[in-house]
Design a protein around this ligand. Structure first.
Ligand code: FAD
Length: 410
């Protein structure tokens, strides 16, 4: 009997899962459901080329219009799933319709973490996750006179860099002591902080927002806990995301920081899998579970689940990688900075072209590069295979590419 796979969420993970099922020869029905009404699109450009006006919304689509009918993928937009009935293996849509499944893939992504400060509801205080968010933010940026950013993470800093390209001197506020502090090494944080300062942004680190001030419902400025006030008519709040795991929780699945899955990305009900930003999975490179927010993770987890459903199960072990573009600095990371004891650099930090290698037990476990794509590509390969030592990492004459080739292809 032909089986049905239902995928909730047509983001990077869901669309890839549908595509990979067909590539892997799955012949049953594939239903791809998403609450939003835009054709499935890429998110990374929302804070980069789209925000800068260099890429139109239509260019962000993940797949062309023909793709879904050609692959016999039942894409349904405007289809919000409101409940999962595990006993009868069906999902319920907002309109009351039931859609039956044999396998259910949760690819529901994440949403901006709420920021609890007085005035957060004022007109002019915004978040960035969806194409609609990005369109609204871009329109406001065109008329804003003073831009503020709360959160010096990837999205906040990418937006600050775009704002600078339009002539703004953004005020960036973060409670942490260094930019992108949870994700990158101190030397990388310092290089990016210097870049943003050179672009004209003020980085207020170790500072926190006490309130957003407003008049007639519109933002007029930010007051910090130390009493300082900064006038602003546009504030982007980028303080991280929370996994969209309410459906799973309400269906009685194990949920912690996202949907708990095993090393094959199966939820606590084996007919259900979770992938992408919403999945809390066993970390193949360290103890415990993690959740990753990256296109690589969404796409590779989708491929892993599709292969299992198509009859070729294997555990998820992909090497994580990520990128972020801020002005003329392209950051690329490979591996995870878990348990890193210290970092060494390769290349000239002052020139803005260098890599930082994080070491654990004498072995490189994470590589961060600014404008050194060859280091990044080599790292994606050697991190999955041939160990790299401190001395090899620091020695510019040591051939990383040749070293990487000795590793198995990921
Ligand atoms: C502005 C921005 C810039 C980024 N830049 C980078 C970058 O440079 N590099 C990088 O690697 N990553 C980047 N990311 C992160 C990356 O986009 C995410 O990791 C990726 O989108 C995760 O894919 P996903 O499919 O898990 O979730 P999503 O892409 O969020 O898709 C989830 C989908 O599920 C749908 N959904 C949720 N609940 C329901 C429901 N109940 N019923 C129906 N549909 C539902 C949502 O509508 C959504 O379309 C960026 C993200 C943003 C927002």
């Amino acid at each position: 009997m032909s089986e049905t796979v239902v995928i909730i969420g047509a983001g990077h993970a869901g669309v890839q899962a549908a595509a990979s099922l067909r590539e892997d020869g799955f012949a049953g029905a594939v239903m791809l459901l998403d609450a939003q009404t835009h054709k499935p699109y890429q998110r990374p450009p929302l804070s980069k080329a789209f925000m800068k006006g260099e890429a139109a919304a239509e260019s962000l689509v993940l797949r062309g219009d023909d793709f879904y009918p050609q692959k016999d993928i039942g894409l349904r937009l405007g289809a919000r799933v409101v409940a999962i009935d595990r006993a009868s293996r069906a999902v319920m849509l907002a309109g009351g319709e039931r859609v039956a499944y044999d396998h259910l893939i949760l690819a529901t992504g994440a949403r901006p973490r709420p920021f609890a400060a007085p005035g957060v509801e004022l007109d002019g205080v915004m978040t960035l996750r969806t194409l609609d968010d990005a369109s609204a933010l871009k329109a406001r940026l065109a008329t804003a006179s003073q831009v503020a950013v709360v959160g010096a993470g990837f999205i906040g800093l990418e937006f600050a860099a775009v704002a600078a390209a339009f002539g703004h001197r953004a005020v960036v506020v973060d409670i942490a002591d260094r930019v992108m502090g949870r994700a990158v090494s101190p030397v990388m944080s310092e290089a990016f902080a210097a870049k943003h300062r050179a672009l004209g942004s003020s980085l207020l680190m170790g500072a926190s927002v006490a309130e957003f001030a407003g008049e007639d419902g519109r933002l007029t400025g930010l007051r910090l806990r130390d009493g300082r006030f900064f006038a602003s008519d546009l504030a982007l709040v980028g303080v991280g995301v929370l996994p969209e795991d309410a459906l799973a929780r309400e269906a009685g699945l194990a949920v912690e920081n996202g949907v708990v899955v095993d090393d094959h990305l199966r939820a606590s009900d084996p007919a259900i899998s979770a992938i992408g930003d919403s999945a809390f999975f066993p970390n193949p490179f360290g103890a415990g579970r993690i959740r990753l927010e990256s296109v690589q993770n969404a796409v590779d987890q989708a491929r892993c689940v599709a292969r299992r459903i198509a009859g070729r199960p294997e555990p998820y072990r992909a090497t994580p990688w990520f990128w972020s573009d801020q002005a003329d600095y392209k950051l690329q990371t490979a591996g995870l900075p878990i348990g890193v004891e210290d970092y060494v650099t390769r290349g000239d930090v002052a020139s803005g072209r260098f890599s930082s290698f994080g070491l654990k037990d004498g072995r490189v476990v994470v590589v961060e590069s600014i404008n050194r794509p060859a280091d990044h590509m080599a790292a994606r390969r050697f991190l999955a295979g041939a160990p790299l030592t401190r001395e090899q990492a620091m020695d510019e004459a040591y051939d990383l590419k040749a070293h990487a080739i000795r590793s198995p292809r990921p």
